[in-house]
Design a protein around this ligand. Structure first.
Ligand code: EPU
Length: 418
């Protein structure tokens, strides 16, 4: 298993480009199941999670052609409307094939994902919505077995909790349903809005993508699409924090700053300068870092996917910060690793109370999930001494060439084969 070794203390400086958005790409690639001609997707990031969705699409019977960051997918000869346990257990977003498979082929079999490091993450809201649309659902041998005849029916659906992949799954299912579907308390994340745009370009009739009320009028068929995946707001946010923490001066090119308002406000409150320039957003970490409180919320609130990275930053800020995680019930696994580097953090239910220390010291630490891995990288960049991060396969799920990008910015970081 690979390890990442960082000699901390270097200020980051220079320019970095942001890759395509993982979570947007996962939903968009799944939408290829809705048409039977070649779809072309550009700027697809090279990540482990993208490999998993490709493997799943191939298992289902799709044809996939790849050239650099471009992917062509055709789903004409589907033999197997199934997402097997072996794939779903490595990536919960595999469940994104459920809605498209069911609506196009009237049948789907998707493994239940089981436990997750950051929370229980059930799929009850996806299933309740499909049931309301007329699907017959059975849970057998760890699988969700869903059928519908003759076709899903439009319905009014209220999501009890705002769910990103739940909204995406049902929005895709509703495109080919009979009649109008209304999704209330829908997720407003930019990735949902982008999926709605892609589906509309396929000929779907969706209004309100990116708002909490989405209306989908079902159509009989969809046509193929060409689409460029938007830049990854969480990758960009991670580089913003990295620049701020290392007192750096970094120009983040193609930075989706309009989708990062909640993070930008908190970074500025912490003393990090953010300047919009012609070709990107410049992050300057001149002033001493100040503690600020943060509460994660669905978009446009502060993203849970930036909580761990922001906590790494608060662990070296002046003062006391309260970080509240409201989206997932167990997303503090990075805390004990940050403590090994000298961070002073106490957990009280869904709050982490972070007392900023003058410095962190490098240590051997273990990555526990994707964003936790990113927070340990950031801590390692700012720490004194050497940090050795093991289990970095988590990182490879969601950050394209991160050590190469950080090296170019002046970080002393390398990957070693253990
Ligand atoms: N929830 C339910 N029932 C459901 C669905 C969700 O109770 O049927 C709960 C979850 O347990 C959680 C909350 O609703 O407490 C929100 O979960 P959501 O469904 O929005 O999460 P997700 O769709 O599984 C996506 C991202 C995550 C990101 C969350 C929240 C993808 C592929 N994944 O997950 O990304 O953290 O939304 O923004 O889009 C990551 O990239 O590191 C990552 C974990």
């Amino acid at each position: 298993m690979d390890k990442i070794i960082i000699q901390g203390g270097n200020r980051l400086a220079g320019e970095v480009g942001i890759s395509g958005a993982k979570n947007a790409a996962l939903a968009i690639l799944s939408s290829a199941l809705l048409t039977d001609e070649w779809n072309t997707f550009y700027n697809v990031p090279k990540l482990k999670d993208i490999d998993t969705i490709k493997t799943l699409l191939l298992h289902i019977g799709a044809e996939v052609q790849e050239k650099g960051n471009d992917l062509k997918i055709r789903t004409r000869n589907i033999q197997n409307a199934e997402a097997p346990y072996a794939l779903v257990k490595t990536m919960r977003a595999s469940s994104l094939v459920l809605g498209p498979l069911l609506t196009r082929f009237k049948r789907a079999r998707v493994s239940l994902p089981g436990g997750c490091a950051i929370g229980a993450r059930p799929m009850n809201l996806h299933l309740l919505a499909l049931e309301k649309m007329g699907a017959d659902i059975k849970i057998e041998s760890g699988y969700i077995d869903v059928k519908v005849a003759p076709r899903l029916k439009g319905a009014k659906i209220y999501f009890d909790i705002s769910t990103v992949t739940g909204t995406e799954n049902i929005m895709m299912a509703a495109t080919l349903a009979d009649g109008i579907t209304i999704l209330e308390n829908a997720a407003c994340e930019p990735e949902v809005a982008e999926l709605a745009d892609v589906l509309n370009n396929m000929g779907a009739c969706i209004k309100g993508g990116g708002t909490d009320c989405i209306t989908i009028e079902g159509v009989d068929s969809l046509k193929p699409v060409r689409h460029t995946v938007m830049p990854d707001r969480i990758e960009a946010g991670t580089f913003m924090v990295a620049a701020g923490m290392t007192k750096g001066n970094v120009l983040i090119k193609n930075c989706p700053i309009h989708n990062l308002e909640a993070l930008a406000v908190k970074l500025q409150a912490a003393g990090v300068e953010i300047k919009t320039e012609n070709d990107g957003v410049r992050i300057i970490g001149n002033s001493p870092l100040q503690s600020v409180d943060v509460k994660t919320l669905p978009y446009p609130g502060f993203p849970t996917d930036m909580q761990a990275q922001f906590m790494a930053m608060m662990s070296i800020a002046n003062g006391l910060s309260v970080i509240t995680e409201t989206v997932f019930e167990n997303r503090f696994m990075h805390v004990s690793e940050l403590q090994r580097m000298g961070a002073d953090i106490r957990i009280d239910g869904r709050n982490a109370i972070v007392k900023g220390m003058p410095f962190l010291s490098g240590a051997p630490v273990m990555a526990t999930d994707l964003r936790a891995s990113a927070s340990l990288i950031l801590a390692g960049l700012a720490a004194e001494g050497v940090t050795e991060i093991s289990r970095v396969y988590h990182l490879d799920r969601g950050y394209e060439r991160i050590e190469e990008k950080l090296s170019k910015l002046g970080a002393n970081i390398k990957r070693v084969k253990a």
